[in-house]
Design a protein around this ligand. Structure first.
Ligand SMILES: *Cc1c(COP(=O)(O)O)cnc(C)c1O
Ligand SMILES: [Zn+2]
Length: 442
């Protein structure tokens, strides 16, 4: 059984001193990198684009040695974080002993009050609440994977282009693991995101432009000698990073008693999370850990940044970039790298992609808070708002088991609801004054 160890600071990483290398590395069952477009395989290394066709590379595994029941027992006996799934991730066998912020195993909340409001059958609606991660967003899952890859490949600086949450997750993981960090964000993010990204002590650079400009800058830096030794978690380490999202699929199924949900509502920024949730569900089916049955994946965007939703509704296979303008800044990627794959998955599984406007996002944040006591960031307002809309337009079946993802914490996007909330009354510290305020009746 993997011990849930909080590693000591003496556990120095010798590989951090060496130059980045593509020599054979041991990342558990991860066997190679495989091109999503043409299937071309290359050895595991810090590369992300196919040398043949420029398609995205993803991790190919060899799970053939696993016995289903042994694997299930091993997972169930594992730590209450993502490392319980280490046998299914591209990480060294001793990953649980390394300094890491150990995200995951967040709550799957049975949302009966919200179900009543949305007209979903009792007991059928769940919120996977990833605000419970160490830096209060789902990004800790993906950074944890990229960090292990960075150790193995000998990077000394952790970096990323971020819409906000990723910057904080990288900062925290780097601080704990003893890496330098230098992260890049659009200069005009919410204060909560900026403070969260800065407090861990790494370098935080605001770029005059939107996320797509930030991302373009980072690609330039990677191609330049100045970027040598830099592990960009969502660029040159993207194949490893992306695998972290599979743990959401694993946890949801394990928390449902090793069963697939019928429907999932997943937010889309670059689309990476949605595609890897699908990959994770497919792996569980292939491994025999869940019974095979159809499931539908629904993608959720904000109207002010809805390139995938627009393409879905128009029946297009390509995603036309947009210039984002929405309060859901964590999802504001106008040119989503995995957009076409999201379209594929929504169509193949019988799901859909839908969007809601900023007002609906705010209403949904308040609805979730007032029914379930969960304060979501704007991305959670997007998924709950989209779930509501999908039920109203008949695309989401309210009689089936449905999981809606909340991927971030409302404390990071206070501005979204600040003007809509506040004191009920201001009184003098006396009973008389309280009585006058008229709040004694239930
Ligand atoms: C990054 C992020 C997502 C999803 O991002 P993808 O790029 O689609 O994987 C979802 N919610 C929040 C809060 C995020 O920060
Ligand atoms: Zn290729």
């Amino acid at each position: 059984m993997a011990a849930q160890t909080v590693a000591s600071t003496t556990n120095a990483e010798t590989s951090a001193d060496s130059a980045p290398s593509t020599n054979s590395v041991d990342l558990g069952p991860a066997a190679a990198l495989s091109c999503r477009e043409c299937g071309h395989r290359v050895p595991l290394g810090p590369v992300f684009a196919c040398e043949e066709c420029f398609g995205p590379l993803e991790i190919a595994y060899d799970f053939s040695a696993y016995d289903t029941e042994e694997l299930r027992k091993r997972i169930e006996a594992g730590p209450a974080n993502i490392w319980r799934y280490a046998p299914l991730l591209p990480v060294p066998a001793d990953v649980a002993t390394k300094p890491n912020i150990n995200p995951g195993w967040t709550k799957l909340v049975k949302a009966d009050n919200l179900a009543r409001e949305l007209g979903v059958d009792p007991g059928k609606l769940f919120v996977k609440d990833d605000s419970g991660n160490p830096t209060h967003s789902f990004k800790d899952r993906v950074v944890a994977q990229a960090l292990e890859a960075a150790r193995v490949f000998g990077f000394t600086t952790l970096s990323c282009s971020s819409t906000g949450n990723l910057a904080g997750a990288v900062g925290a993981a780097a601080a704990r693991a003893g890496f330098r960090s230098c992260v890049f964000i659009p200069h005009d993010l919410e204060q909560g995101k900026v403070v969260m990204a800065a407090v861990y002590g790494g370098e935080l650079v605001g770029i005059e432009g939107n996320y797509d400009d930030v991302n373009r800058f980072c690609s330039e830096l990677i191609g330049d000698p100045a970027g040598e030794g830099w592990g960009f978690v969502n660029v040159n380490l993207r194949p490893y990073y992306a695998e972290g999202s599979k743990t959401l699929a694993y946890e949801i199924c394990e928390q449902l008693g090793w069963q697939l949900p019928d429907q999932l509502v997943v937010p889309i920024a670059s689309g990476s999370q949605l595609t890897k949730i699908d990959k994770g569900l497919q792996e569980l089916i292939k491994l025999g850990l869940v019974e095979d049955k159809p499931y539908k994946i629904f993608g959720a965007q904000a109207e002010g940044c809805s390139p995938v939703s627009v393409a879905y509704k128009a029946g297009h296979d390509v995603v036309r970039p947009q210039k984002p303008n929405t309060i859901a800044k964590s999802l504001a990627i106008g040119n989503p790298a995995d957009g076409p794959y999201v379209l594929d998955i929504a169509r193949r599984t019988g799901g859909a992609v839908e969007d809601v406007n900023d007002e609906q996002v705010v209403d949904a944040i308040k609805l979730l808070a007032q029914t379930e006591g969960i304060f979501a960031e704007t991305a959670g307002g997007v998924t709950v708002g989209v779930a509501k809309k999908l039920i109203e337009n008949g695309l989401l079946d309210p009689s089936l088991t449905t999981v809606v993802l909340n991927t971030g914490d409302g404390l990071k996007t206070l501005d979204a609801v600040a003007s809509d909330t506040g004191l009920t009354a201001t009184i003098r510290p006396s009973l008389e004054s309280f009585r006058e305020a008229g709040l004694l009746q239930a």
